[in-house]
Design a protein around this ligand. Structure first.
Ligand SMILES: Cc1cc2nc3c(=O)[nH]c(=O)nc-3n(C[C@H](O)[C@H](O)[C@H](O)COP(=O)(O)OP(=O)(O)OC[C@H]3O[C@@H](n4cnc5c(N)ncnc54)[C@H](O)[C@@H]3O)c2cc1C
Length: 176
């Protein structure tokens, strides 16, 4: 059962008995005076499905598992995810010849719903696109998130489950 927690001026949903945190004691040490000042505050906010990762790599495994976890967690926390899909567009003949490989790579990565679109199908879907487009691969599951709210809701979730956050707290060393 979720309850709401106030975190700065945002009202965020949190789940106080999250099984992930049950067995952990966590502390987040942040050298800045505020959270979300690093890469997370200025990224493109795309939730990748992992269609183009290199198969068998740690990155591919993390992106695939992260996608499922985030979809589940965002639903639980009422943090918006918009499954808008993505188009990988070929602008030149050489790029056009590689689209089939992208669909094959996606399938190898377990993403089976990518489809190759002809130029006509693409322009029908996106009529405002430049007519110079030659074709595309459509990736239906790619999604966008709120780039700031997403990490902030994770921090709130951690605090609701007993984690501690210290700001203005730089880590200067560590021991194994
Ligand atoms: C331009 C750009 C676009 C991107 N687009 C996407 C995208 O669309 N989708 C996607 O999934 N990923 C994207 N990424 C990657 C993504 O943003 C990062 O992988 C992610 O933000 C990393 O999160 P993080 O918490 O590890 O690092 P950060 O968000 O950078 O957080 C690290 C924190 O550690 C703090 N810190 C650093 N040193 C210390 C210290 N010694 N002591 C205490 N605190 C310290 C920093 O102040 C910072 O707050 C993009 C990255 C960039 C640069």
């Amino acid at each position: 059962m979720c309850s709401a927690a106030r975190f700065n001026t945002w009202r965020l949903q949190v789940c106080p008995h999250d099984s992930f945190f049950n067995s952990c004691r966590c502390i987040l040490l942040e050298k800045q005076s505020q959270l979300i000042t690093g890469a997370s505050q200025g990224n493109s906010a795309l939730l990748h499905v992992g269609f183009d990762a290199k198969p068998g790599t740690v990155e591919q495994q993390c992106v695939r598992e992260g996608f499922s976890l985030m979809m589940h967690l965002h639903k639980q926390l009422h943090v918006p995810v918009k499954r808008v899909g993505a188009l990988i567009i070929a602008w030149e003949q050489e790029q056009l010849s590689k689209l089939a490989d992208i669909v094959r790579l996606a399938a190898e990565n377990g993403v089976h719903n990518c489809v190759q679109l002809t130029r006509e199908q693409l322009l029908q879907r996106e009529p405002n696109l430049s007519p110079l487009a030659q074709g595309a691969v459509y990736v239906p599951d790619e999604a966008v998130v709120d780039g700031w709210l997403t990490p902030m809701s994770y921090a709130a979730q951690a605090v609701a489950n007993g984690a501690v956050i210290r700001r203005d707290f730089e880590v200067t060393g560590g021991m194994p």
